[in-house]
Design a binder for this molecule. Structure first.
Ligand SMILES: *Cc1c(COP(=O)(O)O)cnc(C)c1O
Length: 449
């Protein structure tokens, strides 16, 4: 641990390492591993105190869609700031939350017409789990209370969300605090054996799920999945066929489908909602991260009329009595509205088709690289794995790669041996090429150094 003797002499990084406990970090690693102090952002670029530029290839933890300091989002927030910064949402309402709810409902063609708000992604997941559980109580089936989740899935780190998360580093220390769940095999397309397609893997995984549903459906409230990409689970991708099969099984066995689109929603997959690739709507859909453009904490859980109506009663205790202080914050909602307007007026989903092609082109080198396997892409997410045989020390590779990337002017945070990019939707063709080349140089240095 560093002890600062003279605050005036200390750098921002030293002060941070003394007073700030950073997330998802073994703080001791920062003795050798740089902490980066950012003082400015513009478009896809972050700038440190010395003005050194860094291309934000992972959208500041998958949140930023339209660049840092986006003039339209800045303006929407400052205009809202002059009207009302915050008011409680129990017993009160305000224009941004109403407009946002209507717009989101319209994007689901009214299938998910009721929107419940929170601040962080994990809270939106808690809401979906609690609503499903409560729905079955209200429907006279209180024994339907267990949840099903996928191997390698990630849904956040509060205790309810962590229980349905299957990523060892997040769970290991807290296992005894977590409720019991069913974990079924992931449809991860990387599992395909020679001659098998992603659809074959999806059908295999759905078969396993069917066996569980067939015997246990009377005890199961819901299954939670990340449609198309298990992002924190090393960007494992699967066929939309899996979503169609799961939707069918859920209907057959009366089990709720929770689509956690916190990372893959908001255009990331190529459609606004990832579920659209499969032509299905879930019973619950969670959004966060990109919904406010990476500006302010905002999360939400959308659901159907059928579920909403089950809670509608003369009795207070039949209501969904869940709340967070900043639920539906007007500033955050105004940022989200500005984002939806950008989607509409700037034809973002159409333009992202060309952008994702640029992305593929910038990383064609990786397809041919013998040290790399499982090159994969879904919309604005591109990932590949470094073969274990190419790694000198698998434990230090993510940090090595991060450090070498910083030297090359790009922000890359590998997950294990998976290197991925998930950039904001504002990169030019030239910036995308630049990113591909910088990542290649960083990888060469990380693997040879
Ligand atoms: C990030 C993420 C969450 C949790 O969101 P937080 O805002 O970090 O709590 C939940 N689900 C998925 C799929 C995520 O990627």
């Amino acid at each position: 641990m560093k002890v600062i003797s003279d605050l005036n002499q200390a750098t921002l990084v030293d002060r941070s390492l003394t007073a700030v406990w950073h997330p998802c970090t073994q703080m001791k690693h920062h003795e050798t591993f740089p902490l980066v102090a950012i003082t400015k952002g513009q478009g896809a670029w972050l700038y440190d105190e010395q003005g050194k530029a860094l291309l934000d290839c992972i959208s500041s933890w998958w949140t930023n869609l339209f660049g840092h300091s986006n003039p339209k989002i800045n303006q929407a927030i400052t205009q809202q700031l002059e009207k009302i910064e915050h008011v409680m949402l129990a017993g009160f309402t305000h224009p941004p939350v109403v407009e946002l709810s209507e717009k989101l409902a319209a994007l689901t063609e009214g299938n998910l017409g009721h929107v419940f708000y929170a601040s962080d992604g994990a809270s939106a997941v808690e809401i979906a789990l609690k609503m499903s559980h409560h729905f079955w109580q209200l429907s006279g089936k209180p024994e339907k209370k267990k949840f099903v989740c996928l191997e390698n899935g990630y849904h956040g780190e509060t205790l309810g969300a962590l229980a349905v998360t299957d990523v060892a580093i997040f769970r290991d220390a807290y296992g005894s605090l977590l409720q019991d769940v069913y974990t079924v095999s992931s449809p991860d397309a990387r599992k395909a054996k020679k001659g098998e397609s992603a659809e074959d893997v999806a059908r295999e995984a759905a078969k396993v799920l069917e066996q569980l549903f067939a015997t246990e459906h009377e005890h199961i409230a819901a299954i939670i999945i990340e449609p198309l990409v298990q992002c924190a689970g090393q960007m494992a991708m699967h066929s939309p066929e899996y979503l169609r099969l799961v939707k069918d099984l859920c209907e057959r066995y009366q089990i709720h489908l929770i689509a956690d689109e916190i990372a893959v929603g908001c255009g990331r997959s190529g459609r606004f909602f990832a579920c659209e690739h499969a032509g299905i709507w879930p019973d619950f859909l969670t959004l966060s991260k990109g919904i406010s453009g990476g500006y302010l904490p905002l999360s939400l859980c959308m659901t159907t009329d059928a579920i909403y109506r089950a809670f509608y009663s003369d009795q207070a205790k039949h209501g969904f009595l869940h709340s967070h202080s900043y639920t539906g914050n007007p500033l955050a909602c105004s940022a989200a509205l500005a984002c939806l307007e950008i989607f509409e007026t700037e034809k973002v989903l159409e333009k992202n088709i060309a952008r994702s092609q640029d992305l593929a082109k910038a990383f064609t080198w990786a397809k041919a690289d013998e040290r790399i396997e499982h090159w994969r892409q879904q919309g604005m997410i591109l990932a590949f794995d470094v073969k274990p045989s190419a790694l000198k020390n698998a434990n230090v590779f993510p940090r090595e790669m991060f450090t070498k990337s910083l030297d090359e002017g790009v922000l890359i945070r590998p997950i294990g041996n998976t290197v991925y990019v998930m950039p904001p939707y504002v990169l030019s063709t030239q910036e995308t090429e630049q990113m591909g080349q910088a990542v290649q140089r960083a990888l060469n240095r990380a693997l040879n150094g």
